[in-house]
Design a protein around this ligand. Sequence first.
Ligand SMILES: [Zn+2]
Ligand SMILES: [Zn+2]
Length: 274
Amino acid sequence: MKIDCHNHTLFSPDGSQTIEQAVRRAAELGFGYIAFTEHMDLGFPNAARPADELIFDYKVDGRYFDAINAARAEFNDIYICGGIEVGFTPDDVREITDKLTEHPFGYIVNSVHICHGLDCYWKSYWEGYDRKRAYGEYLRCVRDSLDAPYPYDAVGHLGYIGRPSPFDKKTLIYEDFPDLLDDILKTIIKKGKILEANSSVGGCVSEGTLSLPDMSILTRYYRLGGRKINFGSDAHRTEKIGYNYDVVAKKLREIGFTHWTVMRDGKESTEIID
Ligand SMILES: [Zn+2]
Ligand SMILES: [Zn+2]
């Protein structure tokens, strides 16, 4: 089955498609599963942006699940999951936990966008850092996020730091931080979480990178025994739904992965990677 487990719509502040448009496109492309993962970054620094810019809009939260249910009624050949992408920030874990339990999200992606109070997309994140330090700090934030006290199903776009990286060698590869990445991958496996292969690679595209994490990291994950994997395009607009699915799926099969792990009705299930 073709799946896409990471998508944003108008319910995210930076999304520009409706749920109905996204599902229609996914169904046209032959996808049998789509998950929506709207942004919930409660700890987004408010110095440069309004504090709520990347926060799932709770005023319309009812409409989110209404839209999911309406799409389910309209499209019968594709499973539609109403999830959320949580941005991990250590100071906000209590509030995040409360918000997650207030709403019946069918899938929770735990992502790191903010590290030490700075968005990796801001110049200020990189000031005074060489590549080793900038990437290492990001990975330590990811490692901390794995121990978040709130429930989550998957680890989002590991290697995100490469998307806005100002360095020539943008893609985070296994050889950059073997010990730290081993710790992260083993922890994901031990905790039974899903590792996402995210095909939105930003600046890493110039290096031929197909996913975040990079295939070198996904190969290591497989060798360590990691089998729970899924695909996400991180589409914010309709044209990006399922972006590069076939190429990424082929590479994952070459590594040895045979099944996707997805959430259905609150439970994990597997689908053959095709
Ligand atoms: Zn994200
Ligand atoms: Zn996202």
